[in-house]
Design a protein around this ligand. Structure first.
Ligand code: PNW
Length: 488
């Protein structure tokens, strides 16, 4: 249903930002040229058996070479903002505090930022979207070593504030610290492929790594924010925050108090794990402490005082909703962290939503609406939606894609239904200031390789030019935001 939604017209503030989000490792290509150093994802994708279709991100969409073309295409879609990440090992190839800067890498981001601004597009910049310099992993185990890692991260962050902060006014320190550690250190299916919850296909050796890495991310985020606020914000006048992942959890049986409690526990293990320290109490949720005990690190008093309140906004990535059922027994940290089971149907057989082309993702707009309220009620901080989107079946075709493939009704319906929830939440008083669709073009979807197409632009990965073909969803977003955003 694409009726005009008259009751939602002009619901969003005039300065609401909308656009697309991307990540360096998924789009740039040029993985080992112009001085770029190796990242953990470069190593991961060159290790046989790690990526579903055996692909690498060596070329990706060639966004490094094609940035002018991409900015022009985004402009034609009518975006007002673009969220992208910086590749740490492109800027400091070996990553460390005393390692040399690669000026060619700095030039690339300066050129991209200038091109965006010249086209009236506001840059939102993520410092870390999962691509740790491999050298830091080799030297001291990367984020497992909070003491050694933090100064290296802070030097990188400061360099970025210095070089780009005159034009970048929206900084995101980390993208989804939770997915980084759960997929990289618990499941072992993402780089750096350690599996600490069990000794499976990886080198992990304890059940604590996942939580140690999360702790490093939280504290180093807070230290970077403190430096930005003290040394850069006074003259650069920007904002700094963090982006957290979070899918909504609904009780499997709404009439069973144990499932109602389990759904809340699931939201805490997934979202409050990071959000309570940063936006709430300053500490991990009690539900996590009681199940995980000493596996969960403790904040020192000094850490607590800088972590609490360390983000100017809530950067929110969300995609879907699960039904959650309580599990009895001892705390299970392997498959069912938090003693919950995540299911596709509820006790009445209702489905959580239509299937996308990605196993974990289904269209579930009502859970999105509830999640916006849950976050707003618990933390009361302005929300920047920094990612939301879907794959769609049937987009695995040879170029050129037919008009039917480019008419991506499934994705249009996804965006339409989620944006209605977003606009209604704003009408209810939730303070939401941006929306970035995931994603601009089809790209290299991490361990799924090129199999999962999340783009609003179809890409011919087999062509040298990585030819872009706009899908209808790109234009839908432009039209719908014109309707939703109040006019100047
Ligand atoms: C995000 N989940 O990852 C990342 O920020 C993007 O880089 C990525 O391409 C995009 O979402 C699509 O996967 C997620 O299982 C990965 O709920 C998994 C989940 C959520 C987000």
């Amino acid at each position: 249903d694409e009726s005009p939604d008259a009751e939602l017209k002009d619901t969003l503030r005039r300065d609401f930002h909308w656009g697309f989000a991307t990540a360096a490792a998924q789009v740039e290509g040029t993985w080992n040229k112009d001085g770029k150093g190796e990242s953990i994802w470069d190593k991961f994708c060159h290790t046989p058996g790690k990526v579903k279709d055996g692909s690498t991100n060596e070329d990706a969409t060639r966004a490094y070479d094609l940035y002018k073309q991409d900015v022009a295409l985004m402009k034609s879609y009518g975006v007002t903002a673009y969220r992208f990440s910086l590749s740490w090992s492109r800027i400091i190839p070996l990553g460390g505090i005393n390692d040399p800067v690669n000026e060619k890498g700095v030039d690339y981001y300066n050129n991209l930022i200038d091109e965006l601004i010249a086209n009236g597009i506001t840059p939102f910049v993520t410092l870390f979207h999962w691509d740790t310099p491999q050298a830091l992993e080799d030297r001291y185990g990367g984020m497992l070593n909070q003491e050694k890692y933090t100064p290296d991260f802070l030097r990188y962050a400061c360099l970025c504030f210095e070089r780009f902060g005159d034009r970048v006014k929206h900084w995101i320190t980390y993208n989804e610290p939770g997915v980084y550690t759960l997929a990289g250190y618990a499941a072992g299916v993402h780089a750096p492929a350690r599996s600490s919850f069990r000794e499976r296909n990886a080198e992990g050796d304890s059940s604590t790594e996942t939580f140690i890495v999360a702790h490093t991310e939280i504290v180093s985020h807070a230290r970077a924010a403190k430096i930005y606020r003290e040394e850069f914000k006074p003259h650069q006048k920007g904002q700094i925050g963090i982006t957290l992942h979070g899918n909504y959890s609904e009780p499997w049986d709404v009439n069973d108090p144990k499932d109602v409690e389990a759904a809340q526990r699931a939201r805490e293990f997934e979202i409050a794990w990071f959000a309570d320290p940063i936006y709430g109490s300053g500490d991990y949720p009690a539900s996590m402490r009681s199940q995980l005990g000493s596996r969960l690190p403790t904040f020192t008093d000094e850490e607590k005082s800088i972590v609490k309140g360390s983000s100017d906004f809530y950067g929110m990535n969300t995609y879907t909703t699960f039904f959650v059922r309580h599990l009895d027994g001892e705390a299970d940290i392997n498959d069912h962290l938090g003693n919950v089971e995540k299911l596709d149907t509820n006790s009445e057989g209702k489905s959580r939503g239509p299937e996308s082309d990605t196993y974990w993702l289904r269209t579930a707009p009502s859970g999105f609406g509830k999640l916006l309220h849950w976050i707003w009620d618990r933390y009361h901080v302005p929300i920047y939606m920094t990612e939301n989107g879907t794959t769609a079946k049937g987009e695995h075709v040879k170029a050129p894609p037919s008009a039917e493939v480019l008419n991506d009704t499934f994705r249009v319906d996804f965006f339409h239904s989620y944006l209605r929830e977003l606009a209604r939440a704003v009408q209810d008083g939730v303070d939401i200031r941006s929306y970035f669709g995931w994603t601009f073009t089809d790209n290299w979807e991490w361990a799924a390789g090129f199999e999962d197409r999340f783009g609003c632009t179809w890409v011919d990965f087999e062509s040298e030019e990585k030819t872009r073909f706009p899908k209808r969803s790109a234009y839908f977003l432009g039209d719908y935001f014109t309707h939703l955003i109040a006019e100047g």
